[in-house]
Design a protein around this ligand. Sequence first.
Ligand SMILES: Cc1cc2nc3c(=O)[nH]c(=O)nc-3n(C[C@H](O)[C@H](O)[C@H](O)COP(=O)(O)OP(=O)(O)OC[C@H]3O[C@@H](n4cnc5c(N)ncnc54)[C@H](O)[C@@H]3O)c2cc1C
Length: 101
Amino acid sequence: MTCQTCGARTQRNLCNRHAAELVELVANRMVFDRVVLIGDAAATARPHVGMGIAKAGTDVEVLADSLSENAELCEGLRQFGRQRLPVAARAVSRAATSAHT
Ligand SMILES: Cc1cc2nc3c(=O)[nH]c(=O)nc-3n(C[C@H](O)[C@H](O)[C@H](O)COP(=O)(O)OP(=O)(O)OC[C@H]3O[C@@H](n4cnc5c(N)ncnc54)[C@H](O)[C@@H]3O)c2cc1C
């Protein structure tokens, strides 16, 4: 088989130089004491669904809201994690499902 882009001999449609590996992940937690994961660092969905930027931006909005609603820092961070981890997991799952349908 040959690469569709450069014509090099390869095992797939694209050679290693022209095929970008897709990574998808969901962290087990978004909050680690006073450290927070947001955006792709917390959950990386396949890019074809075009939701990564909205997800990352909404993480920031919810984080700001959670911190302003809670006088205690760690409770604000935990509230953020409770709200956003299920959303992150759903985004990655939906992107994976739609990639195979
Ligand atoms: C090919 C492709 C197409 C995509 N198309 C879309 C699309 O159409 N619509 C959409 O919504 N999303 C799309 N996405 C997903 C989107 O780009 C990401 O979900 C989004 O950029 C995540 O934002 P982020 O701020 O979490 O991470 P990033 O945008 O990756 O920002 C992280 C930043 O941190 C910097 N950085 C990394 N390590 C360090 C370090 N050690 N020190 C300092 N800085 C560091 C990086 O240089 C980068 O600037 C696409 C992704 C890919 C790969």
